[in-house]
Design a protein around this ligand. Structure first.
Ligand code: GLV
Ligand code: MN
Ligand code: MN
Length: 408
């Protein structure tokens, strides 16, 4: 099956008709439809389907039985979940391209010498339970199962309840060393989340590394009161230190040549004619190195504490997830670049500020990433886009890489 047909079969699932964005949150109906899509496409290709103990999906193309051991496997894939109103490409492009690359290799008569897997990880965005790359973190042991089971979504449903509701066993969550030890390389293809490739005139690129990044939750607690009768001097309004913190974060990011974003905030109880009792806000912070990241976050936290004190408000700061700097395996990266160059494909090496399951797996096995050009650079938005010809180029590049790594 060609890329376009495969892509079109996934496109309607979990799309909001009003915004045009995707709401593929873990263990919801939209997620179940995406998981069923994955299982269906694995079955259509006679790939061996597995769900690992942490709920991630794997579709295996096994080499023909032979006298010797097949050797370490090669895995590709990405995630199927989305941010609220996310784009079509972030995650799914890597999964669809994995199946399309297998189709392309088979059409050419390629027979693998080592097993090839296409994987789909859940909750990469942390869109429902707040922890980024949770499926791959549980797989590698970077997240502890007991605390993961207790995570709650905005409606109060625990992860354990949501998983059980989707027919998966939350009791099984945990690291799968045997699986990880059997994989010799993981290569994730992903839409580029920036405009570097457009500037370089290249359809595909190779990742160098990922900036360290994390999410912090800030809870500002004041006192609810009447908006029409409470004198300014008598207020303990948590919205004010929150607003001051947003501006401080912007200043700190500019000062440190880093990034700091408040993209999610709730005001409680949320009445237009009342001072709110609490503001909960999520800081996403990223920097080229960990020392800079920590300095910037300390500065933002200090600004929050000072502004809170000035307004008689309490503030609590809690780390929700953190990913240290990731340097992808240089040997594997060189091998990818050489395999692509032999086929006339020039793939520039790019750093990124975006997190990926490949970044989590990199702590356990040689890992690499391919990026597909995004002409506008826009991502985490319904406007995210990649040209069909570039997606095809991505499949060609991924097939070349799988052939290099799983071939004779
Ligand atoms: C994932 O897309 C992230 O970087 O937040
Ligand atoms: Mn994303
Ligand atoms: Mn992604």
């Amino acid at each position: 099956m060609g890329f376009a047909e495969l892509w079109d079969s996934l496109l309607p699932l979990g799309r909001d008709p009003h915004t045009g964005g995707y709401r593929r949150f873990s263990f919801t109906a939209a997620d179940a439809a995406c998981r069923a899509w994955f299982c269906d496409h694995a079955a259509q290709r006679s790939l061996r389907l597995q769900t690992d103990r942490s709920g991630n999906l794997w579709a295996w193309l096994d080499p023909p039985p032979g006298p010797g051991p097949a050797g370490p496997a090669v895995a590709t894939g990405s995630h199927l979940d989305s941010v609220p109103d996310g784009g079509a490409y972030d995650g799914p492009l890597g999964v669809v391209s994995g199946f399309a690359a297998i189709d392309l290799l088979r059409a050419r008569g390629f027979v693998p010498s080592r097993p090839i897997a296409v994987a789909a990880f859940w909750e990469e965005e942390g869109g429902r339970f707040g922890v980024a790359c949770l499926g791959s973190r549980l797989l590698t042991g970077a997240a502890a199962p007991p605390s993961a089971r207790e995570l709650r979504d905005s409606g109060g449903t625990s992860l354990a309840e949501a998983m059980a509701g989707a027919g998966l066993d939350p009791g099984g969550l945990g690291p799968d060393d045997e699986r990880l030890d059997s994989i010799g390389a993981f290569v994730e293809l992903h839409v580029e989340q920036g405009r570097a490739l457009a500037g370089l005139g290249a359809a595909v690129g190779i990742a160098e590394g990922i900036w360290p990044h994390g999410r912090w939750r800030l809870d500002f607690t004041g006192r609810a009161d009447h908006a029409g009768t409470t004198r300014l001097a008598d207020r303990r309004d948590p919205m004010l230190p929150y607003a001051a913190t947003v501006l401080a974060a912007r200043r700190a990011a500019a000062e440190h040549a880093a990034l700091a974003t408040f993209g999610k905030v709730t005001a409680e109880p949320g009445a237009a004619n009342a001072i709110c009792s609490a503001v909960r806000a999520w800081l996403d912070a990223r920097a080229p190195d960990e020392a800079t990241l920590h300095r910037m976050v300390e500065q933002i936290e200090a600004a929050a504490r000072q502004a809170a004190a000035e307004h008689g408000v309490e503030v609590g700061v809690r780390l929700e997830s953190f990913t240290p700097r990731v340097e992808f395996d240089p040997g594997l990266r060189d091998r990818l670049a050489a395999a692509l160059a032999r086929r006339g494909i020039t793939a520039p090496i790019l750093p990124t500020g975006a997190g990926h399951d490949a970044g989590i797996l990199a702590a356990r096995l040689p890992t690499a990433m391919l990026f597909v050009r995004n002409p506008s650079g826009v991502s985490h938005s319904p406007a995210e886009y990649a040209d069909p010809a570039d997606c095809e180029a991505g499949v060609t590049a991924l097939a070349a890489v799988l052939e290099e790594l799983a071939g004779p």
